[in-house]
Design a protein around this ligand. Sequence first.
Ligand code: SAM
Length: 480
Amino acid sequence: MAKYDPRSLHAEEFINDEEIQEALRYAEENKRNVELIDQILEKARPQKTETGCVCSGLTHREASVLLACDIPEKIEKMYEIAEEIKLAFYGNRIVIFAPLYLSNYCVNGCVYCPYHAVNKHIPRKKLTQEEVKAEVIALQDMGHKRLAIEAGEDPVNNPIEYILDCIKTIYSVHHKNGDIRRVNVNIAATTVENYRKLKEAGIGTYILFQETYHKKSYEQLHPTGPKHNYDYHTEAMDRAMEGGIDDVGLGVLFGLELYKYEFAGLIMHAEHLEAVHGVGPHTISVPRLKRADDIDPDQFDNGIDDETFAHITACIRLAVPYTGMIISTRETEAVRSKLLRLGISQVSGGSRTSVGGYTQEERPHDTEQFDVSDQRTLDEVVRWLMENGHIPSFCTACYREGRTGDRFMSLCKNGQILNCCHPNALMTLSEYLEDYASPETKEVGYRMVEEELKRIPKDKVREIAEQNIKDIKNSNRRDF
Ligand code: SAM
């Protein structure tokens, strides 16, 4: 039997089943232990320092107690602290991105994904470089600056060279209003050598969802193909970091296994990255299983309701306070609204989950990966965010100036992100408002920009931001 060791590079040791079971038992025993719950909540709360504030985060055991707790006032307290953390480290900014599906060819047998190899009626499609270009132009025409590329796993149809060509094409498409500035990559687990190539191609975050941390279920849910190998998949982030990628994004697909198990595994994975590489995950995504071509989510017994989903999100926020959190258009406007307050820092908008979907007039469904619940346009999403007090941000300055990995985390930990991110968000939002927004969105947007400029503490920084925004309005651009 493998022993728990967060510093080990072996999946079964850092995501150790025995330790997860132990953590879940401890959480169950203490779920009404008010004294302990209060202590954990106090530990999670941001503490003021001379330069800003700090958070200590929680261990997987502590966080599991909070997730098991069913006392309504305590859950409310968790939501309150989650919001406090979010505002302390991320402010009211929300980063916007869109997924770009390159290819749905796939050799794996994932039983929850319509791209699985035995699905014979889904049309298979892979974008040519000309088509990638056309999709990028369509996304740029909407106002996007940040993409997450998605592809099935197929060494013949989508080898790493294909992915690299696509990245090169994306960065080469110049647009009068500005180029795509950051390409995040969500492709199957691969080798150190290939991660090094992705790094050299200038990717942002490497994202890979674990799907489930439960080894036995994992093997059943991925019965065939290279993805069947649990250890290879679970150790992917270590290889990515060895290959020089320092921003990695974790996630589990909620609905496949028991959520308390997944939650403990996810936090342990974050602890492992911190222990071995000195930097935790850059982002955590919280996808929930959706209906898709030949997939009915009711086939799986572990679906979670919206309240539980909110509880999980808040507990992640408390456990890993400096990690960005992503919610996609898998969720409805109402769910996204609630979760934004509880710690989400990135959302997708105007998304199409089909291969080649952005260049088609009508939303196509035939090659779609899953049903999109939030089908609003990017303009509608941007306006909605602002009407709810969030600043939509198209900023990618950190990445372009090399503030990734531990350099990003240390800025975040010192509360400095807020000093430089807030003005950057307002400037990039102003660019969006000038170039793309509907009159209604523009009005709401500039009202928000005026108000938010007043919140910049340093006079000098505020003056620069005000001047830059004037320049943007007068079509005098700089690269923020
Ligand atoms: N092929 C890569 C891999 O294996 O990781 C990229 C994955 S896929 C394009 C992106 C993610 O979509 C998957 O990791 C999975 O979590 C999610 N997904 C698959 N089927 C889904 C469904 N029916 N509903 C919601 N999300 C789904």
